[in-house]
Design a protein around this ligand. Structure first.
Ligand code: CP
Ligand code: NVA
Length: 297
């Protein structure tokens, strides 16, 4: 595997390989037998804010023996209009790999093509593959397997995180139920292309009933800030809270973070599940180290 650009582009064996390697990365942290990124220099090129993704990649690259620079897209010529294909051709001649957070999926794909160095999608408007791969790892770590899981995604069902969940369910065969108001449901074309056991409803109680995982993400994704008021009014009620949790006893409550208490999750439920949610955040580090090591093999 040369790049990690989407969950869509992965098959079940590739996903299973990453998850297995993530477990090894976690159990050997601080004592790795090899440092596959030694003598390498990677860049993180981000056009959107980040806490978890930035910190976990910077830490992970260093723990694997590599060096890393953070480039805020606005601080380099890209921000003044230099095309991605030129930026990629320059960076490809100097760096050993790149981790990119941006808007258009095509920009990450063009970067990979033009730079010819290993490229990782650290979130686009279409997918957030590193997040969902880490989340699969957290589910396996807790529930033992993906088999038999019923994941209920509550909230903005057409956002990047929901889309990556759709591809993960299609590839790994578990059940995914998306609960969102009609306006924020994933496009029918995407659902048809992905296949798998994915259902969509506007009834969040139906989606949550007997789920093994209750998952949510922000109502207002980065880049959608101008739609904030509309989104908040339309998504009102699509919240993970104590009442909803009663419908899914024993379910893992997950949130990719950052969390907006009182919107997609209530404060009490968030705190009651903070152990899972922050382990979920920590697992970004281990899973992304697995991805990095795989890409430089
Ligand atoms: N979940 C996630 O990707 O968080 P950041 O935006 O802080 O990187
Ligand atoms: N859907 C969110 C995920 C944040 C990690 C966003 O794109 O802002």
């Amino acid at each position: 595997m040369k790049n990690l650009l989407s969950v869509e582009a992965l098959d079940a064996a590739a996903i299973a390989g990453i998850l297995e390697s993530a477990a090894a990365m976690k159990s050997t942290r601080g004592n790795h037998a090899s440092h596959p990124l030694s003598h390498q220099c990677w860049a993180l090129m981000f056009s959107k804010s980040s806490t978890r993704t930035r910190v976990s990649f910077e830490t992970g690259i260093r723990e694997l023996g590599g060096d890393v620079m953070f480039l805020a897209a606005d601080d380099i010529q890209l921000g003044r209009g230099e095309p991605i294909c030129d930026t990629a051709r320059v960076m490809g001649r100097m760096l050993h790999g790149a981790v990119i957070r941006t808007f258009a999926q095509k920009d990450v794909e063009d970067f990979a093509d033009f730079s010819r160095i290993p490229t990782i999608n650290a979130l686009t408007d279409e997918e957030h593959p590193c997040q969902i791969l880490s989340d699969l790892f957290t589910i396996i770590e807790t529930h033992g397997s993906l088999e038999g899981q019923r994941v209920a995604f509550i909230g903005d069902g057409e956002c990047n995180v929901a889309r990556s969940w759709i591809w993960a369910a299609a590839r790994m065969g578990f059940e995914l139920r998306i609960a969102a108001p009609e306006e924020f449901q994933p496009p029918a074309e995407l659902l048809a292309r992905a296949g798998g056991r994915v259902s969509v409803t506007s009834d969040l109680r139906e989606a949550a009933a007997s789920a093994t995982v209750l998952y949510t993400d922000v109502w207002v994704s980065m880049g959608k800030e101008q739609e904030s008021a509309h989104r908040i009014s339309q998504l009102q009620g699509y919240q993970i809270n104590g009442e909803l949790c009663k419908l899914a006893p024993g379910a893992l409550v997950m949130h990719c973070l950052p969390a907006y208490r009182g919107k997609e999750i209530d404060a009490e439920t968030f705190e009651a599940n903070a152990g899972t949610i922050f382990r979920q955040a920590e697992n970004r580090l281990h899973t992304q180290k697995a991805i990095l090591a795989l890409l430089v093999q």
